[in-house]
Design a protein around this ligand. Structure first.
Ligand SMILES: [Zn+2]
Ligand SMILES: [Zn+2]
Length: 265
C-alpha cells in the first residue's frame, strides 16, 4: 500500500510506495473488470486497482499529524490486451473514441465523493492503457484559472493556435519535452463534444508524429477550476512526478528501525 505524506515545513508531498519494478501493472491485474466498453471492433476494459493510493495517516491540510478524511482511488483503462502500446498507430478517430471513454470514466467517478484531484497518464512504450488516479491531496489553488492564464501567455513558446485549441511548451518544463494542448475556452474534459474531441485527437496525432519518439508520456489533467490540459512529456512520467510529488520506496520509520538495530549492537 502506498501512503501520502505532507512535509509541514515546505508543503511538499511524498508518496511512499514499494514498486514491483519488473512487473507490468496491466499484465499483473487479476481481478475482473468493473466496466467493459466498446472500442471499434475490440473493447476497453476498466479495472480498479487497490494497491497504491490510500489515505495518509497524517493530516494533509491544517493541523499536523492528525488522521485525514481524504482518500484516493485508482483504475486502469486498458485498450490493448496484449503487451505493448498501440497508441502511435491509432488514427484520430480512434484517439477521439479513446479520449471519450476516458472522459466518460472521469464523469462517472465525479458522482462519488472521492475528491477532484484526477490525473491520468499513459506511457507510449508501456502497456496500452490509461492509468487514472484520484489523489488524496488537494489541488493547488491560485487566483483564477491557471490554465486560462497560461493559454493567453504562451509568447514565443507557442507551437499552434487554432479556433479551439492552443499548443505550447511549458515555461518551466519538468522533462526535455513538456508540451501542453489545451482548449482555449475554459472547458473540462467531460465538456468536450464530439467535434472538439476529434479536433483534439487530430492535434495529438500530428504532434506525436512531429515528435517521432516512443519515449513519451501523455498526461491528462484539470486545474482546480476544471480547465483541461493534455500534456505530452518525454520519458516515463508518473502522475506523481507530473505533480512534483516525491516518490520513495521505504518509509522513514522502516529505515530508522533498521538503523536503530545496527546502532544498538
Ligand atoms: Zn503488460
Ligand atoms: Zn480556465
Amino acid at each position: 500500500m502506498g501512503e501520502m505524506r505532507l512535509d509541514p515545513e515546505n508543503l511538499n508531498y511524498t508518496i511512499i510506495f514499494k514498486k514491483n519494478t519488473g512487473d507490468c501493472k496491466v499484465c499483473s491485474i487479476k481481478d475482473a473488470p468493473i466496466e467493459i466498453l466498446d472500442f471499434g471492433s475490440s473493447h476497453v476494459k476498466v479495472y480498479e486497482v487497490k494497491t497504491e493510493v490510500q489515505p495518509s495517516k497524517f493530516e494533509l491540510q491544517g493541523e499536523r499529524f492528525k488522521s485525514s478524511p481524504s482518500h484516493g482511488y485508482e483504475e486502469i483503462i486498458v485498450d490493448r490486451e496484449k503487451h505493448g502500446d498501440n497508441f502511435l498507430s491509432l488514427n484520430p478517430e480512434d484517439i477521439a473514441k479513446l479520449l471519450s471513454i476516458v472522459s466518460h470514466r472521469v464523469d462517472s467517478l465525479s458522482k462519488y465523493k472521492i475528491g477532484g484531484n484526477v490525473v491520468i497518464n499513459r506511457y507510449l512504450s508501456g502497456h496500452g492503457a490509461f492509468d487514472l488516479y484520484v489523489l488524496p491531496i488537494p489541488k493547488f489553488e491560485g487566483k483564477g484559472c491557471s490554465v486560462c492564464k497560461d493559454n493567453s501567455n504562451t509568447l514565443n513558446r507557442e507551437i499552434y493556435r487554432g479556433e479551439n485549441f492552443v499548443i505550447y511548451t511549458k515555461f518551466a518544463p519538468i522533462s526535455n519535452v513538456d508540451i501542453v494542448i489545451s482548449p482555449i475556452k475554459h472547458l473540462s474534459l467531460e465538456a468536450l463534444d464530439e467535434v472538439l474531441m476529434f479536433d483534439l485527437a487530430g492535434l495529438i496525432h500530428k504532434l506525436l508524429n512531429a515528435l517521432s519518439s516512443k519515449d513519451l508520456s501523455i498526461i491528462i489533467y484539470e486545474s482546480k477550476e476544471k480547465h483541461f490540459t493534455l500534456n505530452i512529456l518525454s520519458g516515463d512520467v508518473s502522475v506523481y512526478r507530473f505533480l512534483q510529488i516525491n516518490e520513495i520506496n521505504e518509509s522513514p520509520e522502516d529505515l530508522a528501525s533498521s538503523l536503530r538495530a545496527k546502532f544498538s549492537t
